[in-house]
Design a protein around this ligand. Structure first.
Ligand SMILES: Nc1ncnc2c1ncn2[C@@H]1O[C@H](COP(=O)(O)OP(=O)(O)OP(=O)(O)O)[C@@H](O)[C@H]1O
Ligand SMILES: [Mg+2]
Length: 337
């Protein structure tokens, strides 16, 4: 079902992504570390799941992981999802308990299993894929711990391919610190695969096919407006298709709803970040234009170095690049901050 809001887990539900899946196929086995990049809602997690289909491996959702207990809990959930492919093998690993469809990792005390230990065991299998989703969200000390684990796998475990995904592209690169001599990953290489936005034709075909699946044929005009506005970002197309087919309104109402969702997310930014985003949404196309617009419209002065830092951070969050929004919905949302 194309208009399902959850990430797609099987290729039969996935629209296109031939190129991304081939890229991952080519890169895995050849590069120990792969970054699967893309802005919010572009379909990274879906590509990741579908790549895993039919392979040995698991995906760990790192969002909301704060304590070490959360981390092991998430890894256990990841293993559960792939249990059918690995049950027999996992049974033999000390520190892993399997009861029915549940997996428990003993990470404290006697017979405990560290993440590096788990990966070392899995390396004994044939090729094995570990996907860490939104890993840039981790906080210290877990962040360092996971970075160490990645470095260990990179250096020692030939059969393990690590794929990291994240919507905050700059944050993800920064998390790895490949260029920092004090980082365990210093000097290593990460192969990057970017999940692309759909072309206009693909977006249109996606919506038409999705509507056909639910037995609907909305006016082409509505479809075209959505194709134009949502700019090939599949997550928004799904929200449009699902909301429309559930009678929640036409294009205008659903676009408003999407903007509302984006506003909620942008509200989490700090006041300076909001000011800068608003200036970019109003058309500022350079550092000095941002500064002037903020001064003129808001009567606020942001110190020079702080402004540069703020812009950099917004770029790392993949909200803007070269003073342009990467997602038109966020641009509209920023105007209303
Ligand atoms: N190729 C695709 N075909 C059909 N639906 C897709 C495809 N890619 C993504 N989707 C749908 O789009 C939405 C967003 O997808 P997904 O969660 O995979 O994106 P993401 O980039 O991981 O998002 P986030 O940044 O929120 O983590 C989901 O509803 C998912 O089902
Ligand atoms: Mg995701």
């Amino acid at each position: 079902m194309l208009f399902d809001l959850r990430p797609k887990k099987s290729r039969k539900d996935l629209f296109d992504r031939e190129w991304e899946l081939e890229e991952l196929e080519r890169a895995s086995g050849r590069y120990p570390l792969i970054l699967l990049l893309g802005i919010r809602r572009i379909g990274k997690t879906s590509v990741a799941w579908c790549f895993l289909e039919g392979k040995r491996g698991f995906l760990v959702d790192m969002r909301g992981v704060i304590r070490r207990a959360d981390l092991y809990e998430r890894v256990a959930r990841g293993l559960e999802e792939s249990l059918s492919k690995m049950r027999r093998f996992l049974r033999g690993i000390r520190g892993i308990k399997i009861a029915g469809a549940e997996v428990e990792i003993q990470w404290r005390g006697m017979d405990s299993l560290s993440l590096a230990g788990l990966l070392t065991e899995l390396n004994k299998l044939d090729e094995f894929v570990v996907i860490l989703d939104e890993v840039q969200h981790l906080r210290q000390p877990l962040m360092s711990e996971v970075r160490e684990m990645i470095a260990y796998a990179y250096d020692n475990l030939d059969n393990v391919t690590l794929i990291l995904t994240g919507s905050e592209i700059g944050m993800l690169r920064r998390f790895l610190r490949l260029e920092d001599p004090s980082s365990p990953l210093y000097g290593r290489y990460a192969y990057e695969v970017e999940v692309r936005r759909f072309t206009k034709e693909q977006s249109k075909e996606f919506l038409v096919r999705g509507f056909r699946e639910v037995g609907m044929e909305p006016p082409m005009e509505e479809v075209e407006k959505a194709v134009e506005f949502f700019d090939g970002i599949v997550g928004w197309l799904v929200i449009f298709g699902k909301s429309y087919s559930e009678g929640k309104g036409g294009f205008e109402a659903i676009a408003e709803m999407a903007i509302g969702m984006a506003i909620t997310e942008l509200m989490k930014l700090d006041p300076r970040e909001k000011l800068v985003l608003k200036a970019v949404a109003r058309g500022a196309r350079s550092w000095s234009q941002v500064r002037e617009l903020i001064e003129e419209k808001e009567g606020a002065v942001i110190p020079k170095s702080s402004l540069s830092r703020t812009i950099k951070r917004l770029e790392r969050l993949s909200l803007i690049k070269d003073y342009e929004f990467l997602d038109p919905v966020y641009e509209k949302a920023a105007l209303r901050l």
